[in-house]
Design a protein around this ligand. Sequence first.
Ligand SMILES: Nc1ncnc2c1ncn2[C@@H]1O[C@H](COP(=O)(O)OP(=O)(O)OP(=O)(O)O)[C@@H](O)[C@H]1O
Length: 193
Amino acid sequence: MSRYNATEDPLCYPGSQVLINKADLRNQDDLDQFEQLMFLSRSEEPLPEGNLDYGHYKKIHHHFFQDVYDWAGHPREIRTGKGGNWFCYPEYIDPEMQKLFAQLAAEDHLRNFPDPDEFANRAAHFIAEINAVHPFREGNGRCQLTLLDLLLSVSGFEMHEDQIDPDIFMQAMIASFHGDNTPLARAIRLMMD
Ligand SMILES: Nc1ncnc2c1ncn2[C@@H]1O[C@H](COP(=O)(O)OP(=O)(O)OP(=O)(O)O)[C@@H](O)[C@H]1O
């Protein structure tokens, strides 16, 4: 939930960077707490069914954030970035996500990579690319980890999120944005042990 750089944003309360939300919370800390609480409570429920395609990914986002934002499950419409790294222009989000999920399907959702090291390398590629597109205004990290968990489980691996330090993971994500997927692959591999 680190803050976004965003161009002027109609999704925020006027004059603030707080996203308009269903609880009408105008304070960022209150919203962060509410959002995480709702996310955790929806995480207790089964995930929406789907074919691990882009539609499924949007349904997962909707599932987690439906209690907080009207736009849950919908791609963002403004340009956003984090730490000076600007994500995909909104007009290219849908085609880029369709392309990535088509590639993922062509690789049988990584079932083609029974070797854990190879799986981790390939998963890092997809997670890095999805992060660079960053389809949602908020909630991307949590959806990325959920997708990773689903990909691991269809290939018969387990995800041990506690094996990874959040700061190391964040640094790995940032490195991946700059084209180096090695730390991310290493982090994913660690989660598989
Ligand atoms: N400077 C950066 N460059 C590239 N990616 C970044 C940067 N900072 C954070 N990220 C990635 O963006 C994602 C977080 O996006 P977002 O804030 O939309 O998700 P979230 O689920 O709301 O937050 P979090 O993942 O922190 O719980 C994470 O995968 C994170 O690693």
